[in-house]
Design a protein around this ligand. Structure first.
Ligand code: BTN
Length: 222
Protein backbone atom coordinates (compact mmCIF):
# COMPACT_ATOMS: atom_id res chain seq x y z
CA UNK A 1 0.00 0.00 0.00
CA UNK A 2 1.19 3.56 -0.58
CA UNK A 3 2.09 5.98 2.18
CA UNK A 4 0.68 9.04 0.43
CA UNK A 5 0.00 9.76 -3.25
CA UNK A 6 1.87 13.03 -2.64
CA UNK A 7 5.04 11.07 -1.81
CA UNK A 8 4.72 8.81 -4.84
CA UNK A 9 4.26 11.72 -7.20
CA UNK A 10 7.21 13.57 -5.63
CA UNK A 11 9.41 10.50 -6.10
CA UNK A 12 8.45 10.27 -9.81
CA UNK A 13 11.25 12.59 -10.90
CA UNK A 14 10.47 12.89 -14.64
CA UNK A 15 6.68 12.96 -14.31
CA UNK A 16 5.11 15.27 -16.91
CA UNK A 17 2.79 18.10 -16.02
CA UNK A 18 -0.68 16.63 -15.51
CA UNK A 19 0.62 13.28 -14.21
CA UNK A 20 -1.79 11.69 -11.74
CA UNK A 21 -1.09 9.20 -8.95
CA UNK A 22 -4.18 7.45 -7.62
CA UNK A 23 -4.46 5.12 -4.63
CA UNK A 24 -7.16 2.84 -3.25
CA UNK A 25 -6.05 3.72 0.29
CA UNK A 26 -3.13 5.45 2.00
CA UNK A 27 -1.11 4.46 5.04
CA UNK A 28 -0.04 7.99 5.88
CA UNK A 29 -2.42 10.33 4.07
CA UNK A 30 -1.81 13.90 5.11
CA UNK A 31 -3.98 16.98 5.16
CA UNK A 32 -3.42 20.71 5.47
CA UNK A 33 -1.60 22.14 8.47
CA UNK A 34 0.16 18.87 9.27
CA UNK A 35 -3.02 16.95 9.95
CA UNK A 36 -3.60 13.27 9.23
CA UNK A 37 -5.96 12.45 6.35
CA UNK A 38 -7.67 9.19 7.22
CA UNK A 39 -7.58 7.12 4.03
CA UNK A 40 -9.48 3.83 4.24
CA UNK A 41 -10.43 1.94 1.05
CA UNK A 42 -13.58 3.16 -0.73
CA UNK A 43 -12.78 6.85 -1.14
CA UNK A 44 -10.88 8.85 -3.73
CA UNK A 45 -7.23 9.76 -3.11
CA UNK A 46 -5.06 11.23 -5.83
CA UNK A 47 -2.34 13.74 -6.58
CA UNK A 48 -1.86 15.78 -9.75
CA UNK A 49 1.43 17.33 -10.85
CA UNK A 50 1.28 20.91 -12.07
CA UNK A 51 4.08 23.22 -13.03
CA UNK A 52 2.53 26.59 -12.29
CA UNK A 53 4.05 27.33 -8.88
CA UNK A 54 3.28 30.85 -7.76
CA UNK A 55 -0.41 31.00 -8.62
CA UNK A 56 -2.01 32.13 -5.35
CA UNK A 57 -5.44 31.16 -6.65
CA UNK A 58 -4.56 27.53 -7.37
CA UNK A 59 -6.25 26.32 -4.15
CA UNK A 60 -9.43 28.13 -5.23
CA UNK A 61 -9.34 26.77 -8.79
CA UNK A 62 -8.90 23.26 -7.38
CA UNK A 63 -11.65 23.77 -4.80
CA UNK A 64 -14.07 24.81 -7.53
CA UNK A 65 -13.15 21.73 -9.56
CA UNK A 66 -13.79 19.51 -6.54
CA UNK A 67 -17.16 21.13 -5.81
CA UNK A 68 -18.18 20.80 -9.47
CA UNK A 69 -17.15 17.14 -9.63
CA UNK A 70 -18.93 16.26 -6.39
CA UNK A 71 -22.08 18.27 -7.30
CA UNK A 72 -22.79 18.42 -3.57
CA UNK A 73 -21.79 20.84 -0.86
CA UNK A 74 -20.06 24.17 -0.56
CA UNK A 75 -16.56 25.43 0.05
CA UNK A 76 -14.97 26.51 3.29
CA UNK A 77 -11.95 28.75 2.86
CA UNK A 78 -9.76 27.99 1.09
CA UNK A 79 -10.88 24.69 -0.38
CA UNK A 80 -12.56 22.30 2.03
CA UNK A 81 -15.64 20.73 0.53
CA UNK A 82 -18.39 20.62 3.16
CA UNK A 83 -21.69 18.78 3.01
CA UNK A 84 -24.81 20.96 3.39
CA UNK A 85 -24.78 20.26 7.15
CA UNK A 86 -21.14 21.31 7.47
CA UNK A 87 -19.49 17.89 7.74
CA UNK A 88 -16.33 17.53 5.67
CA UNK A 89 -16.60 15.69 2.35
CA UNK A 90 -13.24 16.45 0.84
CA UNK A 91 -10.10 18.52 0.97
CA UNK A 92 -7.12 19.63 -1.04
CA UNK A 93 -3.46 19.82 -0.11
CA UNK A 94 -1.11 21.97 -2.17
CA UNK A 95 2.61 21.26 -1.73
CA UNK A 96 5.31 23.01 -3.73
CA UNK A 97 8.89 21.99 -4.54
CA UNK A 98 10.68 24.49 -6.79
CA UNK A 99 8.47 24.79 -9.89
CA UNK A 100 6.61 21.53 -9.20
CA UNK A 101 3.22 21.71 -7.52
CA UNK A 102 1.69 18.58 -6.00
CA UNK A 103 -2.06 18.98 -5.80
CA UNK A 104 -3.44 16.29 -3.50
CA UNK A 105 -7.16 15.63 -3.43
CA UNK A 106 -9.14 13.50 -1.00
CA UNK A 107 -12.88 12.95 -1.40
CA UNK A 108 -14.93 10.77 0.93
CA UNK A 109 -17.00 8.82 -1.56
CA UNK A 110 -18.34 5.84 0.37
CA UNK A 111 -16.71 6.06 3.81
CA UNK A 112 -16.89 8.92 6.32
CA UNK A 113 -13.68 8.15 8.21
CA UNK A 114 -14.09 10.43 11.24
CA UNK A 115 -17.16 11.68 13.14
CA UNK A 116 -17.12 15.21 11.65
CA UNK A 117 -16.88 13.88 8.11
CA UNK A 118 -19.50 12.87 5.54
CA UNK A 119 -19.47 10.54 2.54
CA UNK A 120 -20.71 11.64 -0.87
CA UNK A 121 -22.86 8.52 -1.22
CA UNK A 122 -25.13 9.86 1.56
CA UNK A 123 -26.20 12.44 -1.02
CA UNK A 124 -25.73 10.90 -4.46
CA UNK A 125 -24.24 7.88 -6.20
CA UNK A 126 -21.16 8.43 -8.35
CA UNK A 127 -18.29 6.20 -9.35
CA UNK A 128 -14.80 7.17 -8.33
CA UNK A 129 -13.65 6.96 -11.96
CA UNK A 130 -16.34 9.44 -12.99
CA UNK A 131 -15.54 11.78 -10.10
CA UNK A 132 -11.85 11.75 -10.99
CA UNK A 133 -12.56 12.43 -14.66
CA UNK A 134 -14.98 15.23 -13.81
CA UNK A 135 -12.46 16.81 -11.44
CA UNK A 136 -9.69 16.77 -14.04
CA UNK A 137 -11.92 18.25 -16.76
CA UNK A 138 -13.10 20.94 -14.44
CA UNK A 139 -9.61 21.71 -13.12
CA UNK A 140 -8.32 22.14 -16.64
CA UNK A 141 -10.94 24.75 -17.36
CA UNK A 142 -10.50 26.60 -14.04
CA UNK A 143 -6.74 26.76 -14.61
CA UNK A 144 -7.39 28.86 -17.70
CA UNK A 145 -9.83 31.30 -16.15
CA UNK A 146 -9.04 34.89 -15.17
CA UNK A 147 -8.49 35.50 -11.46
CA UNK A 148 -11.61 37.60 -11.13
CA UNK A 149 -13.80 34.85 -12.58
CA UNK A 150 -12.26 32.34 -10.16
CA UNK A 151 -12.87 34.54 -7.13
CA UNK A 152 -16.46 35.30 -8.20
CA UNK A 153 -17.24 31.63 -8.77
CA UNK A 154 -15.67 30.70 -5.45
CA UNK A 155 -17.90 33.23 -3.68
CA UNK A 156 -21.02 31.65 -5.18
CA UNK A 157 -19.93 28.25 -3.82
CA UNK A 158 -18.78 29.60 -0.47
CA UNK A 159 -20.08 28.49 2.89
CA UNK A 160 -17.68 30.91 4.57
CA UNK A 161 -18.57 34.48 3.66
CA UNK A 162 -21.01 36.07 6.09
CA UNK A 163 -20.29 33.44 8.74
CA UNK A 164 -18.88 33.87 12.21
CA UNK A 165 -15.48 32.18 12.15
CA UNK A 166 -12.64 31.27 14.46
CA UNK A 167 -9.29 31.74 12.77
CA UNK A 168 -6.13 30.03 13.94
CA UNK A 169 -2.92 31.24 12.33
CA UNK A 170 0.53 30.03 13.29
CA UNK A 171 0.76 32.28 16.30
CA UNK A 172 -2.71 33.39 17.31
CA UNK A 173 -6.42 32.76 17.25
CA UNK A 174 -9.24 35.25 16.85
CA UNK A 175 -12.96 35.39 16.14
CA UNK A 176 -14.75 37.55 13.60
CA UNK A 177 -17.07 37.55 10.63
CA UNK A 178 -15.70 36.42 7.26
CA UNK A 179 -16.63 39.31 5.00
CA UNK A 180 -14.87 38.96 1.63
CA UNK A 181 -11.91 37.65 -0.35
CA UNK A 182 -8.95 39.83 -1.29
CA UNK A 183 -7.30 39.70 -4.73
CA UNK A 184 -4.88 36.92 -3.70
CA UNK A 185 -7.69 34.86 -2.22
CA UNK A 186 -6.92 36.04 1.31
CA UNK A 187 -9.90 35.88 3.66
CA UNK A 188 -10.96 39.23 5.05
CA UNK A 189 -12.33 38.87 8.56
CA UNK A 190 -14.10 41.68 10.37
CA UNK A 191 -13.15 41.75 14.03
CA UNK A 192 -13.77 44.21 16.87
CA UNK A 193 -10.32 45.66 16.19
CA UNK A 194 -10.89 46.08 12.43
CA UNK A 195 -10.63 43.94 9.31
CA UNK A 196 -7.84 41.38 9.18
CA UNK A 197 -6.51 39.57 6.11
CA UNK A 198 -5.81 35.86 6.52
CA UNK A 199 -3.42 34.36 3.97
CA UNK A 200 -2.88 31.00 5.70
CA UNK A 201 -4.40 29.23 8.64
CA UNK A 202 -7.31 27.22 9.92
CA UNK A 203 -10.80 28.68 9.68
CA UNK A 204 -13.67 27.14 11.62
CA UNK A 205 -17.29 28.03 11.05
CA UNK A 206 -18.66 28.59 14.53
CA UNK A 207 -22.31 27.93 13.65
CA UNK A 208 -21.37 24.63 12.01
CA UNK A 209 -19.26 23.67 15.02
CA UNK A 210 -22.26 24.29 17.28
CA UNK A 211 -24.51 22.21 15.01
CA UNK A 212 -22.14 19.25 14.96
CA UNK A 213 -21.39 19.37 18.66
CA UNK A 214 -25.04 19.88 19.77
CA UNK A 215 -27.16 18.25 17.06
CA UNK A 216 -30.32 18.01 19.21
CA UNK A 217 -30.23 21.65 20.23
CA UNK A 218 -29.76 22.89 16.68
CA UNK A 219 -32.49 20.58 15.31
CA UNK A 220 -34.85 22.12 17.85
CA UNK A 221 -33.86 25.61 16.78
CA UNK A 222 -34.16 24.96 13.05
C1 BTN B 1 -7.17 18.73 3.85
O1 BTN B 1 -8.35 19.04 3.77
O2 BTN B 1 -6.56 18.83 4.92
C2 BTN B 1 -6.47 18.23 2.62
C3 BTN B 1 -6.61 16.75 2.46
C4 BTN B 1 -5.87 16.20 1.25
C5 BTN B 1 -5.88 14.70 1.22
C6 BTN B 1 -5.31 14.17 -0.07
S1 BTN B 1 -5.63 12.45 -0.30
C7 BTN B 1 -4.57 12.42 -1.66
C8 BTN B 1 -3.38 13.26 -1.31
N1 BTN B 1 -2.41 12.48 -0.57
C9 BTN B 1 -2.29 12.90 0.68
O3 BTN B 1 -1.52 12.39 1.53
N2 BTN B 1 -3.05 13.94 0.91
C10 BTN B 1 -3.82 14.32 -0.27
Amino acid sequence: MVTSTQDLLRAWRDAPSGAVVLAEAQLRGRGRLGRVWESPPGNLYFSVLLKNAGDPLLPFRAGLALAEAAQVGKLKWPNDLLAPDGRKLGGILVEVEKERVFLGVGLNVSVAPIPESAALQEFRRASRAQLLADFLWSLESWLEKENEAVLCAWLTKSMTIGQKVRVQTGKEAFVGVASALGPQGELLVRTKEGTRAVFAGDVRLLRVLEDIENPKISEGQA
